[in-house]
Structures are given as C-alpha cells and as structure tokens.
Design a protein around this ligand. Structure first.
Ligand SMILES: [Fe+2]
Ligand SMILES: [Fe+2]
Length: 271
C-alpha cells in the first residue's frame, strides 16, 4: 500500500492547499489511503463540520485532531456521527468521539488509524503508550489491520521517538504532529515501523508556526498580549510523510518526507 500523512492544516491557507493539491498528489503517486491532521483548519482553532467535509472531499480518508480538538464547540456533537474523524485516544474516559478506528481504503485494505496526545510540555492526559497499545492489541498489524498509522500529537521529539520504538514492528507509521515544523529524521526502524518526529503543517511558513509573526514576536519581546493570533494567509506548503508498506506484513519498505508548494524547501513523495 501507499499511504500519505499530512500534518496540521492551518487556517484557510492550509485548507486551500489541501483542496488544490491533494487530489493531484493522490492521482500522481497512487496513494491508497490518506490521513490528514485537521486540528487547526478552522482559523487555527479546531475543525468545523464544513471544514471537515472539505478535507474529506479533497481525499482525506481519515482526519485526526489534537489538543485543539474542542476549540470549535460543534465538534463535540458532529464527531459522534463521523467514524473517520478521530480525537486523541487518551482524553478522559467518556468524552465524545473515538481515538482509533479501522477504516477500509478505496481498494479494500483495512487501515487502523490512532490519534494520541503526548504528555511532555502538554496539558495533562492519560497514558498514551498503554492506550495506543490496547488499540493495536485489539486489531493487530498483519492480522485484522493491513496497515497501522499512529498520529502522536506532542511537543517533544524524545516522546515521539519513544512511541516509535515502543511500537516498532507493530505499526506501519508513527508520526508526530503539533509543532508545525517538519523534522528531517524520517526513517524505518529495525522491525519495520516508519518514524518521523514531526510531519510539519499544511500552512504558510512565512509565519511563526502558521501564525502571523507580529503578535507572537511581540509577546516574546514584551510578555504583553497586544492582539489575537491570526493564521498567516500566504501560500501554504503541504507537509507530511509518505510510506509504502508490504501488503503481507503491513510493515514499511519505503518512507519519504513530503513538502509541496509554498515557501518551504520542496520534497516529493518517494523522490
Ligand atoms: Fe497544530
Ligand atoms: Fe496541537
């Protein structure tokens, strides 16, 4: 299988880039399955139902969230009827939605997608390692699942590395989201799991992590809020990671970073 993962979609610029470029990427590289992190798609804060529909229409088979999951209040209700929208699996027990699901690809492959939240430099959450492990145990790679994709939404590269080694041989891809800055460490671990510390964002990189630079810079310089954070509106770079898996084992045979369009240095899938 060929799978594409795209990092946090940031505001209108990110949404437009996904709508304009994702269908062409799927066609050109014959991706069987696409996961997109949508936690910042609606003005940088959460994901409205109509923006969720836009990401799905562009080709996202599954949309994941993160610490901004509930920034748009309507997500608390519509997530209940959307099996392809995932919020972190280690939120408090009983909150709306689900953190993992087995989804069938357009050509009949079964992909287990899991969204989890880290705990280093993040707000308190339940243990992400045991939560992810339980989801995989219920639906193991190479048995019930033809591929397993874990979006681990966290700040520290050490924590995402730990998740990668924890799941080596049990997942196809462990990829970080949340920092909005792509890392240069995509590789395949010894037992066949692809690991990348952060996918980067789908947003305008002429910014501070997707936000117009003026106000965050002001806050670093003065410590005084002088306005709101607003998403930068220049052309977005689509950032993420592409993998090819062995159809028999579900393990990864090829991994490459993806950066398309906008101002960031470019990297095509499987280049
Ligand atoms: Fe984000
Ligand atoms: Fe986040």
């Amino acid at each position: 299988m060929r799978l594409l993962f795209l990092g946090d979609v940031m505001g209108r610029s990110g949404r437009d880039a996904v709508s304009e470029r994702l269908p062409g990427l799927i066609a050109a590289y014959e991706f069987d399955f696409v996961v997109v992190n949508g936690e910042n798609a609606s003005h940088g804060r959460g994901l409205t139902e109509s923006h969720y529909a836009d990401l799905r229409a562009a080709g996202a088979d599954v949309v994941t969230l993160g610490d901004h999951a509930w920034d748009q209040r309507d997500t608390l209700t519509y997530i209940e009827r959307e099996p392809t929208l995932l919020r972190p699996i280690n939120f408090a027990p009983g909150v709306p939605g689900r953190g993992a699901n087995l989804i069938e690809s357009r050509n009949g492959h079964r992909v287990l997608v899991i969204n989890a939240l880290g705990r280093v430099f993040m707000n308190p959450a339940d243990d992400p390692f045991r939560a992810v492990e339980a989801a995989i145990a219920a639906c193991p790679l190479g048995e019930q699942a033809d591929a397993v994709v874990v979006d681990f939404h966290t700040e520290a590269t050490s924590e995402i590395q730990a998740m990668g080694f924890f799941l080596d041989g049990r997942a196809s891809l462990v990829v970080g989201t949340h920092t909005h800055i792509p890392t240069a460490d995509a590789r395949i671990l010894k037992a066949g799991t692809a690991l990348m510390s952060d996918a980067g964002m789908c947003g305008d990189y002429n910014s501070i992590i997707g936000v117009d630079a003026e106000e965050p810079l002001n806050r670093f310089l003065t410590g005084i809020a002088n306005g709101r954070f607003t998403p930068a509106e220049g052309e977005a770079t689509l950032c993420g990671v592409a993998i090819e898996t062995d159809d028999r084992t579900g393990l990864t045979t090829n991994v490459s970073p993806v950066r398309v369009g906008g101002t960031l240095s470019q990297s095509a899938p499987f280049a």
